[in-house]
Ligand binder design. Structure first.
Ligand SMILES: O=C(O)CCC(=O)C(=O)O
Ligand SMILES: [Fe+2]
Length: 278
């Protein structure tokens, strides 16, 4: 397999991938490739088993629940810096509770958080992957399940603790590059446009912000012939991408929620540690 020359995700087993891209995270940082895709990183049967457990434990709404009492389009199992980061104390306490919850949540199944971290460590050549932490040792949430119900949409956006969220009071703000690792647990029912991530060959700059904020990015992309690719995943598939590339996930259609396990990743060539959090 030769190195990708077009905007196409790299899909290979880890060994082949490392042969072609000896420093995969550097390739992502340079947006040399849109994504690294690892098929069947996690057993799909365990995805199903854990989703059943989440429903039974009341951690997510049963999609067949028609009571209409809970109308949330997205439910998280885990701690989101994006949503809770304004209050650092509360965020770190919430993260601690997530560590306690995750300590036994996967008992009897392969630990999917471990799967994700092990894959990331293999890609992080010469680096050490750790759960993100503040200088006093307090850890962020290790990963998050995001359950997206009918209608949920991620419009074209980027994720970056500094460039977008301006969270200078967090240790992760030292990283120039931010990636995401996303493990598919369940796809939405495939009706109409697929609810799969689309990655645009376009790294965010301040000049781009009006198009993101004004929701005119897709027009801008068409006018400027910006390439994009869709990352089609099946349950158990894991992908990594640079979240400074504009990306989106079209609306969930039908009754089946799209469920992923996700982390953000901080990377900089000069830092030996790669931090992961949610
Ligand atoms: O769910 C996905 O595949 C990507 C969601 C997203 O926007 C992100 O993880 O940054
Ligand atoms: Fe995102």
């Amino acid at each position: 397999m030769s190195a990708a020359t077009s905007w196409t995700p790299v899909e290979a087993d880890l060994q082949t991938l490392l042969g072609d891209y000896p420093d995969p995270l550097a390739a992502l940082a340079a947006a040399q490739v849109p994504a690294l895709v690892l098929r069947r990183a996690y057993d799909p049967a365990h995805c199903q088993g854990l989703i059943r457990r989440f429903i039974d434990q009341g951690l997510m709404r049963d999609p067949v629940d028609t009571s209409g009492r809970d109308t949330r389009a997205r439910i998280d199992i885990g701690t989101s810096l994006g949503n809770l980061g304004a209050d650092q104390e509360r965020f770190l306490q919430h993260a601690q509770a997530t560590h306690q919850l995750f300590a036994h949540l996967f008992d009897g199944f392969d630990n999917p958080v471990q799967t994700l971290y092990t894959a990331l460590q293999t890609l992080a050549v010469g680096k050490e992957v750790k759960v993100a932490r503040e200088p006093d040792g307090r850890q962020y949430g290790p990963a998050i399940f995001r359950i997206h119900y009918t209608g949920h949409t991620y419009r074209p956006h980027i994720d970056h603790v500094v460039l977008r969220e301006q969270r200078f009071r967090y240790a992760v703000s030292r990283y120039t590059h931010q990636f995401a690792g996303v493990l598919c647990f369940q796809n939405a029912s495939q009706q109409g446009q697929a609810t799969q991530a689309i990655l645009h060959q376009c790294l965010w700059t301040p000049q781009l912000q009006p198009h993101i904020a004004g929701e005119t990015f897709l027009q801008y992309a068409a006018e400027n012939h910006i390439a994009n690719c869709r990352v089609d995943l099946e349950p158990g598939d894991l992908y990594f991408f640079n979240t400074r590339c504009v990306h989106e996930v079209p609306a969930v259609q039908g009754g089946l929620p799209r469920i992923v396990l996700a982390v953000f990743i901080g990377y900089a060539p000069e830092h030996k540690e790669v931090f992961a959090w949610s």
